[in-house]
Design a protein. Structure first.
Length: 174
């Protein structure tokens, strides 16, 4: 992690605390970051040095407007406007880790083919907490490539219980 990434993550954390909306801002930034990672077109548009910063910011505002808190939109716009869109996923990951650490928790990124409801997320967080002996916060990414099951990443540890993984294993065996 670079000092710049750390500084942006600290700024995001300070704004989220000041707004009193840490959880909601975490969710907004997490969702936007994963959308950026999953879309080549969006990533190219937001990192294009030929596109004026005002235009890149307008893209962010159009995508996030009405779906995210104004503070979340402002944070992403500031990062994109500063020409750091390519670093946004790393900044958000660092921000999430800092916020979780502040609460004494770990963050688990869970990829699922379908959205998980609150009950499912709570049960999964409890199971992961028991398995890791740490308090775990679950952040869900809906990813159709998973096909079924879950892929969980906690720090450097990946637990792949996806149907895709099982099919790949079966293909290797056959």
């Amino acid at each position: 992690m670079s000092e710049r990434t750390d500084a942006y993550a600290d700024a995001c954390l300070a704004v989220a605390r000041a707004e009193g909306q840490l959880d909601a801002i975490e969710d907004d930034l997490f969702r936007f970051s994963r959308t950026l990672e999953g879309s080549d077109d969006l990533r190219m548009a937001l990192t294009d040095p030929e596109l004026p910063a005002t235009r890149r910011i307008a893209v962010v505002e159009q995508l996030m407007g009405g779906k995210a808190l104004p503070a979340s939109t402002s944070l992403v716009s500031a990062i994109v406007g500063a020409g750091r869109a390519s670093e946004l996923p790393e900044i958000v990951n660092t921000f999430l880790e800092k916020a979780a650490t502040e609460r004494g928790h770990e963050v688990a990124e869970v990829r699922s083919a379908i959205p998980l409801d609150e009950t499912q997320q709570s049960r999964l967080a409890e199971a992961l907490s028991n398995a890791t002996r740490k308090q775990v916060e679950v952040k869900v990414v809906v990813d159709s490539t998973v096909l079924g099951g879950l892929v969980v990443r906690i720090g450097d540890t990946v637990i792949d219980g996806s149907v895709r993984s099982r099919l790949d294993q079966l293909k290797t065996v056959l």
